[in-house]
Ligand binder design. Sequence first.
Ligand SMILES: C[S@@+](CC[C@H](N)C(=O)[O-])C[C@H]1O[C@@H](n2cnc3c(N)ncnc32)[C@H](O)[C@@H]1O
Length: 381
Amino acid sequence: MGFKFIDLFAGIGGFHQAMTQLGGECVFASEIDKHAIKVYENNYGITPQGNIKEIDAEDIPQHDVLCAGFPCQTFSVAGKCAGFDDQTRGTLFFEITRILKHHHPKYIILENVKNLTSHDKGRTWQIIEGNLKELGYQLTEQPLIVSPHHFGTPQLRERVIILGVYQAKEPLTINLGNQLTKDDNSIYEVLDAEVDGYDISEEEKKVLTMWNEFYQGIDLDVIGFPIWFDWLKKEPPEDVSKWRKRVIERNNELYQRNQEFIDAWIEKWDNLEWCGVVQKKFEWQAGNRINTIWEGLIQIRQSGIRVKAPNCFQTLVAMVQIPIIGRYKRRLTPREAARLQDFPEDFKLDDDDKQAYKQLGNAINVKVIKKCAEQIIKSDK
Ligand SMILES: C[S@@+](CC[C@H](N)C(=O)[O-])C[C@H]1O[C@@H](n2cnc3c(N)ncnc32)[C@H](O)[C@@H]1O
């Protein structure tokens, strides 16, 4: 099946991977980030053109499929009463419609965050859907919400996928088959057993060992609230929200039931005086699927140390903490992050890990696009 596609907001080419695997040829890409551009060039031998706003539609070659994972922006920046066109002008989505108006490619595949449909009280979605339909595209009745974990890649990453076919006779019907649940997945599918250079620090090991002892010593398997060390023994103040008050009360109740153990634990760990604010907060979100931190997936976040079951990674996102794999006492590597996005093993990652994590966090999952693209092309036969 030969076809030509363009890759807008190309990043490191999640769409490119999927569409070439389906037999497509990339005839144009656009991206502004210089690091992503280099990775794209290195892997595909194509140099993405820069800012899409500065590219004339006539200069883009003819194509059968337009692919774009565009940034989610509010259309109604100023003046809610302005005309429809005024509201869309200046947003990146409008760049897509500008190209569609000129080329009318047969297929469109667009991707965005899950809350696109509820963004700005539904207005954003209304404008997108209205524009695409006006341009002659039939869409699915409902926007598709798809995640890699549905297809056995252990990452929870729900995204809206918008599929459209130009001048199709009826709305598209898409059947993505039996989709898996979170618990059908396992993080070990993408992990290497032996890795050098990504170990957690000695201090992180100490903090996690400390909280593991706490978890194993108290009378709960499933802690349904955050543990705030500073509030275990203190009454809630008057001027806090209802939710905060309840969390503190539950911390107090836990302490009272487990006083002897907790007092000994506090003494053993030097009153936690060596811990930072974040290290004194602990959230168990792994239910009773595991009974030690060292089998969990751990994130050190502003809200504290969070432990989850090892079924799926949370959405990889640009610029945040890299998850810790309890069993291996190390962080996820960029290569493993690439597997979570279903990039092939021979994909050449950015040499700078920080950039690589960021680019992968921004990327679209390759398998998700492949599954969806296959469907629209099939549905149109
Ligand atoms: C959500 S990411 C898409 C990633 C891509 N789908 C992938 O698989 O790697 C959006 C990308 O749009 C790029 N971008 C933002 N504004 C742009 C513009 N005006 N022209 C071209 N690219 C732009 C960003 O640098 C970013 O890499």
